[in-house]
Design a protein around this ligand. Structure first.
Ligand code: PEP
Length: 248
């Protein structure tokens, strides 16, 4: 499986940054086997049409589970699909935490994406308390299985999982490569208990930067990375992409 780099800008960025990042990473995907996906704020997704001639792929950061209605501020999968957006983050811990997203909402959003052919990047991760209580594997497996148990197994290969320990997001304290490997292996095992022979792609996210990405990618079950803060600097993000591409 080709490695995948997903940039999560969160509520950051500008048109200028978009130009700069595209300029840096365009051509990388063509020249290497890595896939580069930019998860932009919804306001910038319509600008991506200007980059149809690049190999860069686009993601929403959130989606509603309904197709339309009186839900001010929300974006539907239909709208994302209309813009040619091929991916969407689902269940990012910031949304679970600040917008009270539950496992059931994450499932409904995943289904909404799959119905429109949008590939969901399902984010899972334990918080510090859960890790300290030895519950990390139990928490992430539950978050994943809620989704896998309720979608047609034929669609399961379209799902990508991002393991993002909450204590590592935006803190500068990444999980060690060994911790990431342990959790990724457990997630793949849990996935196969639900969908036989599923080759689940699992990304690592949480304080990834150009200094730690290579070691993280050297782990056998780390299939790519989800990059937040470090994706907001065009040249630095390019260096991350180059290292991910060189890891295969
Ligand atoms: C994220 O937002 O998904 C993330 C991993 O952020 P950061 O890289 O800044 O920790």
């Amino acid at each position: 499986m080709d490695p995948l780099v997903v940039a999560n800008w969160k509520m950051n960025g500008s048109e200028q940054l978009l130009q700069a990042v595209v300029q840096q990473v365009d051509g990388l995907a063509e020249a290497t086997s890595a896939t580069v996906v930019l998860a932009l704020p919804a306001a910038y997704l319509s600008l991506t049409k200007a980059f149809d001639n690049t190999q860069i792929e686009w993601a929403g950061q959130n989606v509603h589970w309904l197709t339309s209605g009186a839900y001010t501020g929300e974006v539907s999968a239909t709208m994302l699909a209309e813009l040619g957006v091929g991916w969407c983050l689902v269940g990012h811990s910031e949304r679970r935490q600040h917008c009270a997203e539950t496992d059931d909402m994450v499932l409904a959003k995943t289904k909404a994406c799959l119905e429109l052919g949008i590939r969901p990047i399902v984010c899972v991760g334990e918080n510090l308390q859960e890790r300290q209580a030895g519950k990390a594997l139990e928490v992430v497996s539950r978050q994943l299985l809620v989704v896998l148990k309720d979608i047609p197994s034929a669609l399961a290969p379209l799902i990508v999982v991002a393991y993002e320990p909450v204590w590592a997001i935006g803190t500068g304290e990444e999980a060690s490569p060994e911790v990431a490997q342990e959790v990724h292996e457990a997630l793949k095992h849990a996935a196969r208990s639900e969908v036989k022979a599923l080759e689940l792609r699992v990304l690592y996210g949480g304080s990834v930067n150009e200094d730690n990405v290579k070691t993280l990618m050297s782990m056998p079950d780390v299939d790519g990375v989800l990059v937040g803060g470090a994706s907001l600097e065009a040249l630095g993000f390019r260096r991350i992409c180059e290292q991910v591409a060189g890891s295969v």
